[in-house]
Design a protein around this ligand. Structure first.
Ligand code: FPP
Length: 238
């Protein structure tokens, strides 16, 4: 059981890895693994709302994922559309704001349309925020933010000396609080270009569980581990 008296993370990031392996182990197509992953994500969203964790960022599709077979990419793109129109429409009723991080190019028009629709429909929701990293890369995010800053400086709308570590996040895809806790499922111990700026002081957790099997119970185990960590942010424990 989670002890609610010990602080919970305010912003959790999940690298949802292992869908393909989950499916292959069962003799299913990789796409079926992604479908099972989406179901697992839905359960986790509901669980985080219960725990009152206000920010969740998930890595749904990296820029590099476009290198996969067309069939798998097409399946994932369709999955995003159908999921946001059906299974994930509960987010609206639950007062969750949905935002996206990543480059729009070269996402298909119907995916962009669905993303814009759910963003618009949920923009005033204040209970929690779900940040979906889609066609996302952490280095691209920093490059794109730098370009925005340079443009503002060139236009005379920002002085270089005004830029600092506290206000830089407003030039990222989304201005969110720092990540407290990053979970990557499937036992792989890499960050793989996920939210590089936001993860600078995050605690990391690498459960040996494939994402479709990462249930709310597994999430609670992760939280118990988080609550044991001694976060010093570069300082010394008093
Ligand atoms: C990584 O596992 C997972 C992905 C590339 C896709 C993740 C997407 C979802 C879980 C669907 C989310 C749905 C919404 C609505 C946001 P992998 O394919 O790399 O697994 P493997 O390493 O075992 O091959």
């Amino acid at each position: 059981m989670i002890d609610q008296k010990i602080p919970l993370p305010r912003h959790v990031g999940i690298i949802m890895d292992g869908n393909g392996r989950w499916a292959t182990k069962r003799g299913l197509s990789r796409s079926m693994g992604h479908k099972a992953g989406a179901k697992a994500l839905k359960k986790l969203c509901k669980h985080l709302l219960k725990l009152e964790i206000p920010y969740l960022s998930v890595f749904a599709f990296s820029t590099e994922n476009f290198k996969r077979d067309k069939e798998e990419v097409d399946y994932l793109m369709n999955l995003f559309i159908t999921m946001f129109q059906t299974e994930f429409s509960f987010l609206k009723d639950e007062q969750v704001r949905v935002v996206f991080s990543g480059r729009r190019e070269p996402l298909p028009v119907d995916v962009l349309k669905t993303m814009d629709q759910i963003t618009e429909e949920t923009k005033d929701n204040e209970r929690a925020t779900l940040n979906v990293c889609l066609n996302y890369g952490g280095q691209s995010e920093l490059v794109d933010a730098t370009k925005k800053v340079v443009q503002l400086v060139q236009e005379g709308n920002l002085k270089i000396d005004e830029l600092n570590e506290n206000n830089f996040a407003q030039y990222l895809y989304q201005d969110l609080p720092p990540l407290d806790f990053v979970i990557r499922t499937s036992g792989e111990m890499r960050i793989s270009n996920f939210m590089l700026w936001q993860a600078s002081y995050a605690e990391f957790y690498f459960p040996d569980v494939l994402f479709p099997d990462f249930t709310p119970k597994e999430f609670d185990k992760a939280i118990l581990e988080f609550q044991k960590r001694d976060r010093r942010f570069g300082g010394v424990k008093k």
